[in-house]
Design a protein around this ligand. Structure first.
Ligand code: NAP
Length: 325
């Protein structure tokens, strides 16, 4: 099979298409013929070893020193089940599925084997593979932060910084579904999009300041890491929560310091993937409550261009890669 291999950390052209052996599912695995994958922030950050300040050594220790040990990247996939192991009961050959490939990545390939219990689900609605693949990464991250960490409630006010990326577009929609009042921060070109996704109010970060809303928010969710705790603190209510999806060592030290005092809290963490979350997203999509947002779609052979575009930090929703070999 063909796979895109990350030959070392570096610029997008370290990605090369190579031949690999087709994997065989073991008794508890399904094999997926991948039809679409994506360039998520996880993929472009790992490839470029673009890691928040102070965490580079730790990342090399975990991921590999000069190149990723798991050198086929790709965390999101959509495709069709083409083989199953002896103990599989929830899937059959021919099922259309989408999901996340886990810490081993591996979705930049024609085939992948994953455990039946992993974060992969059958598509409820007959979506295009390109649509389905744009759901998991942003949605599971937003659910971890908004539902699990913030325990967002109806009527609460939330500020979402970076509302137009994969995580941001999911966060705006899911906050709205949870009944919160969303203020979104994005640039001029994305104002209409975030309004359409449910934002009540929008700040254009290219020409407006946030100070007007001092003491107004229950929750801040920063998906880009440009809002410091000192800036966020002024905007939060007395017991408000500032969440950031992007934190380096200085931010973790600040979180520890803030945790020693009563009042406003500052938290980050790692999103946890689960089958249940994708089943929940499946239902929202089926009911028409949630729409995956897609920016550009590339062919498998254009992976270098797709990475070059995504790592500008200005994509809107997802960058999708068709696996049309
Ligand atoms: N902690 C975790 O477990 C976890 C999980 C997933 C992702 N993340 C992290 O979360 C971050 C966001 O992920 P993503 O997938 O949403 O990335 P993304 O899709 O690449 O985000 C790009 C978006 O950020 C916006 N943006 C850039 N600069 C901005 C600024 N100064 N103010 C407001 N918006 C700005 C861009 O809008 P404009 O073009 O309008 O500027 C663009 O739409 C990544 O750094 C990723 O590593 C963390």
């Amino acid at each position: 099979m063909k796979a895109i291999v990350c030959t070392q950390y570096g610029a997008p052209d370290v990605l090369q298409i190579q031949e690999r052996l087709q994997p065989k599912p073991n008794a508890n695995e399904i094999r997926i013929r991948i039809r679409a994958t994506s360039v998520s922030a996880a993929d472009y950050r790992i490839r470029g070893l673009n890691i928040p300040a102070g965490l580079g050594f730790l990342m090399r220790l975990v991921m590999g020193f000069s190149r990723p040990r798991k050198n086929i990247l790709g965390v999101e996939m959509a495709g069709v089940v083409d083989a199953i192991g002896a103990n599989i009961s929830q899937f059959t050959v021919g099922d259309k599925v989408f999901g996340l490939s886990g810490v081993g990545s591996g979705a930049y390939a024609e085939y992948i084997c994953v455990k039946e219990s992993s974060a992969v689900v059958k598509m409820l609605k007959d979506l295009f593979y390109e649509q389905a693949v744009a759901i998991p990464f942003g949605a599971h991250t937003a659910l971890t932060f908004l539902r699990d960490k913030a325990k967002l409630k109806p009527g609460q006010r939330i500020l979402i910084n970076g509302a137009s990326g994969a995580v941001g577009t999911a966060a705006v929609q899911l906050s709205t579904i949870m009944g919160a009042l969303v203020t979104a921060v994005c640039s001029t070109k994305n104002i209409q999009l975030v309004k359409d996704l449910g934002a009540h109010k929008v700040f254009d970060y290219t020409c407006e300041t946030l100070n007007a809303d001092d003491g107004y928010y229950d929750v801040i969710f920063d998906t880009v890491g440009t809002l410091s705790f000192s800036q966020g603190k002024k905007l939060l209510k007395a017991k408000g929560l500032h969440l950031t999806a992007v934190a380096g060592l200085p931010q973790y030290l600040r979180m520890f310091w803030a945790s020693l005092w009563p009042g406003k809290r500052y938290l980050s963490g790692i999103a946890v993937e689960s089958k249940q979350d994708l089943e929940y997203m499946n239902r929202l999509v089926e009911q028409g409550q949630y729409v995956p947002v897609i920016d550009k779609t590339y062919d498998f052979e254009q992976i270098v261009d797709a990475h070059r575009y995504a790592e500008t930090g200005h994509k809107v929703g997802s960058v999708v890669v068709r696996v049309n070999i």
